[in-house]
Ligand binder design. Sequence first.
Ligand SMILES: C[C@](O)(CO)[C@H](O)COP(=O)(O)OP(=O)(O)OC[C@H]1O[C@@H](n2ccc(N)nc2=O)[C@H](O)[C@@H]1O
Ligand SMILES: Nc1ncnc2c1ncn2[C@@H]1O[C@H](COP(=O)(O)OP(=O)(O)OP(=O)(O)O)[C@@H](O)[C@H]1O
Length: 292
Amino acid sequence: MKRIQLKARAKINLSLDVLRRRPDGYHEVEMIMHQIDLFDRVQINEREDNKIVINTNCGYIPKDSDNIAYKAASLIGNTFNINKGLDIHIEKKIPVAAGLAGGSSNAAAVIIGLNRLWNLKLTVKEQMELGVKIGADVPFCIAGGAALAEGIGERLTPIKGLKNLWLVISKPSISVSTADVYKSLSLPNIQDKRPDTQMLLRAVECGDINLLASNMKNVLETVTEEKYPVITKIKRKMMEYNALGSIMTGSGPTVFGIFKNYHRAKSAYEHLSLLYKQTYIVQSFHRRNDDE
Ligand SMILES: C[C@](O)(CO)[C@H](O)COP(=O)(O)OP(=O)(O)OC[C@H]1O[C@@H](n2ccc(N)nc2=O)[C@H](O)[C@@H]1O
Ligand SMILES: Nc1ncnc2c1ncn2[C@@H]1O[C@H](COP(=O)(O)OP(=O)(O)OP(=O)(O)O)[C@@H](O)[C@H]1O
């Protein structure tokens, strides 16, 4: 029986802009996305029967066909007419419903893993085209590294990622539905809150973390931060503890701060982790999937 184990890394949005609402309800976005070195471990083992079975150490994600990793496995099985059963074990470390693409990264790991396990010879682009059928963040999680994401998030232009960037990530104990956040977004409300994506892209590519950190913006804060003042509180704390800049990632509620060095990040981590249990000190992860 064949088996494979992969790391499924989380992402943050260094900027998030919404350009328009499409007739199907989805939104056209412009985002700078970056993987971080906070990951779940996904292990896939073939089974004797033809069932897909999800196991996880996390008590509050679905273990049936609602699990996004299950959906990815069944999509690959159906697309390539492979009727083999799989045990998928997810060791969760990425906070759930947090804006960190935890579920999407698991789906991406299953697509990448089955491509290798079953020798499907899919290119990264082909894997991404399958991934978007599961969710808008899945193609980025397959591509990895750092990218400008357009369309609904699936049109990716790879960029040179940031090496060894120190971040503190803090999730308050509330969960947010991405669909609800996009639904509640008022486009007129965000006009004076939009990021200068081109300038931020240049900052990332030059490694100018001061310029980046002080200009990061996420227009979805107008919905989630408005509803949950704890997000403002965490951003303030990050700045109080010497972050160069701090915003919410994705649809929230997780907040991240960028720090000049490990010592400053550690000091912020020590303070914030006393207030918010789900606080992590992490580095950026810049390697793309096609580099591996
Ligand atoms: C907020 C982000 O995480 C930022 O990276 C993504 O835009 C969301 O990506 P995701 O969670 O993979 O999104 P999906 O699972 O495809 O969609 C969840 C819901 O979010 C809304 N959605 C998502 C992406 C997008 N560009 N426009 C949207 O309006 C849709 O209502 C959709 O029903
Ligand atoms: N493998 C999985 N891991 C995490 N959540 C999952 C998984 N499968 C299904 N879910 C469900 O998906 C929902 C969103 O969880 P997820 O952690 O992916 O959110 P997120 O970090 O906000 O994602 P994104 O940043 O892509 O919007 C939760 O309600 C969760 O129960």
